[in-house]
Design a protein around this ligand. Structure first.
Ligand SMILES: [Zn+2]
Ligand SMILES: [Zn+2]
Length: 336
């Protein structure tokens, strides 16, 4: 790792010899912070994943820019790895202040509309989806308010331009190749610099944390399959240092991918064993068996979507069969 100097602890700004500047934008959830990366080249100032639009993040950026001797108006481009609020949220606000171009994949842009667009029905669709998969009413009632609480974090929506898989993107005076993978988020982009082996990987590969893989109504129907395919593709890149969306840059890139691949196979086996020993189970029953029931609504939503992603993958592999019951609810069983 080539950390040169720590400019400050408060705000946390780390500069690497590659020219990348890592900024830790605080989050109010167990992830603790999201990494924004700043790359400068002459008068070009690019920000990757500016963070959520919260009062805390806005204040942090004021301090960061002051420390760096930069102004928000100087940002020329904002590049988004994916549409999750903790990465995408401030893009539109910064664009309004600076006129910066906002770049993301078209698929990620579609997903942002599905979640928070004018015509989004997710705060009704997700509870309905969870209900047929066995979630009790006490949880369902909390969902619309929980989902709506993210709306202020993603406003205003940016005017985005689209990057495609394989596109070459100039950032910080170097040429980076966009690598699109799915699963953690549809249309997720990583940025690879071949000569140095640097990879800005968003949440596609994280150290310490297993990136959430969610099955959501109206989105990718096989997110775990997509995620595992994406990991196998990313594994082929010769990466020296990975710059993730959470935690710190790391060098054990391929080992980390292997651990994530193995983790999901183990969890698939655990879920299949449960269906074998306990008989047909709803996704909610599988969720509480895998993750426990003592979760807040935020964690419960991710746990439920991840259990559903695993059940979809078991079904795809013919290791589980979904069964629709007369009153509309769905359980999963081992095939006969
Ligand atoms: Zn994410
Ligand atoms: Zn994230």
């Amino acid at each position: 790792m080539m950390e040169l100097n720590i400019l400050s602890h408060e705000p946390e700004i780390l500069q690497y010899s590659s020219g990348l500047i890592q900024i830790k934008i605080p989050l109010d959830n167990p992830l603790r912070w999201v990494n924004s990366y700043v790359l400068q080249h002459g008068r070009e100032l690019a920000v990757i994943d500016p963070g959520p639009r919260t009062a805390r993040a806005e204040r942090e950026w004021e301090l960061v820019l002051q420390k760096l001797g930069m102004q928000v108006q100087e940002i020329t481009s904002i590049v988004l790895t994916h549409h999750h609020p903790d990465h995408y949220g401030l893009a539109g606000f910064f664009q309004e202040l600076s006129g910066a171009a906002v770049w993301m994949s078209e698929r990620a842009h579609q997903e942002a509309k599905l979640m928070w667009g004018k015509h989004s029905s997710m705060s009704a669709d997700l509870p309905a989806f969870f209900r047929i998969h066995g979630m009790p009413a006490a949880w369902l009632e909390q969902l619309p308010g929980h989902l709506d609480s993210f709306l202020p974090q993603v406003k205003p929506a940016p005017q985005a331009r689209f990057l495609r898989d394989g596109d070459v993107v100039p950032l910080g005076g170097r040429l980076w190749q966009a690598v699109q993978t799915h699963g953690h988020a549809p249309g997720h982009l990583s940025f690879w610099h071949a000569e140095s082996g640097d990879l800005i990987c968003g949440d596609a590969v994280l150290p310490q944390i297993s990136p959430n893989v969610s099955l959501l109504p109206g989105s990718d129907a096989q997110p775990l399959h997509s995620f595992l395919e994406g990991l196998r593709r990313l594994r082929e890149l010769p990466v020296r240092t990975a710059y993730p969306g959470h935690r710190n840059p790391f060098t054990h890139y391929r080992e980390r991918i292997d651990a994530l691949l193995a983790h999901h196979e183990e969890r698939l086996d655990t879920a299949a064993d449960l269906l074998q020993t306990a008989g047909p189970q709803s996704a909610f029953e599988v969720c509480t068996a895998l993750f426990g029931g003592r979760l807040g609504i935020h964690q419960m939503r991710f746990a439920m979507c991840e259990a559903l992603a695993h059940l979809a993958e078991l079904s795809r592999r013919s290791r589980a069969v979904p069964r629709e019951h007369p009153d509309g609810w769905i359980s999963f069983a081992v095939p006969e």
